[in-house]
Design a protein around this ligand. Sequence first.
Ligand code: PAF
Length: 326
Amino acid sequence: MTSIFRKLTTAGAIAMLAGSAAAQTEIKIGYALAPDSHYGVAAEKFEEVVLAETGDDFTFRHFPSSGLGGEREVIEGLQIGTVEATIVSSGTLANFVPETGVFDIPFLFRDLGHARRVLDGPIGQDILAKFDDVGLHALAWGEQGFRHITNNRNQIQGPADVQGLKLRTMENPVHLAAFEAMGAAPTPMAWPEVVSSLQQGVIDGQENPLSVIVSVKLNEVQEYLTLSGHVYSPAMLLVSKPFWEGLNDDQKASLEKAATEAVTAMRAYVDNVETSGVETLKERGMKVGELSAEQKAEFQAAIQTAYEGYYETYGKELVDAIVATE
Ligand code: PAF
């Protein structure tokens, strides 16, 4: 009896273990940057809080440094349910929810605080909710900081200095329109091709926030950094809608809590690199220049034609409401 009981107990324990292992859901999370970037830090925090909140419901597998491909491909993976989660820039988001493009308008936000208040307020939250209509579930807005121009041709002080500059942009129509209006030669390109294209001289430059320029060490392939701060760069923590719909209410609440903490960690990283990044890049040998308020105004004037298009696409009222947000 004792031996049968022991065998049953052992078999039961094995079955329970197998059962609990089988019940664990793997969350594959893909992002374009390294584990020590603002995306990596946010993804780690997301995992930490989800695991703390849910016990052994989930396991995580990270795919940093574009390990699952470009941002558009990863988002498509979320839609069909082959990838569970991602952190992405706004680069290709407007292809899925066109309204997100409004936040890509150059010179729209005064500073990080202004941008965060708009994204966390009703305007930003209404746009997040629209992702549920396209096979995705947006958990929270994160950010990368303000984008600046790097290149190998010349330092930039005004629109004359970007004429004909072969500048990689994200695959984002709002950014593309602005750089075309400035007279640059913008080349939309998925991120995984950018560093090799800079190395080979296929493009002269690119534009990204300090968080990216520092963590990717773009100083190794770019000589000039112009602190243009021409546009704010939002980011987003998204999950697959099929995955989201399979969760129970407690799990959903845990992921929401984890996402809030993840983007708080991302913003803290950005705050830090926005103050320390320029020094780091100077130490690494980059030639750094900063646009004055007057020079920025010249760029803004140069893209007035693009602004007409933005008003038509997004509505002047919405753009004005964003600008007016305190
Ligand atoms: O420039 C981009 O495409 C994005 O800013 C990046 C570097 C992929 C981060 O999301």
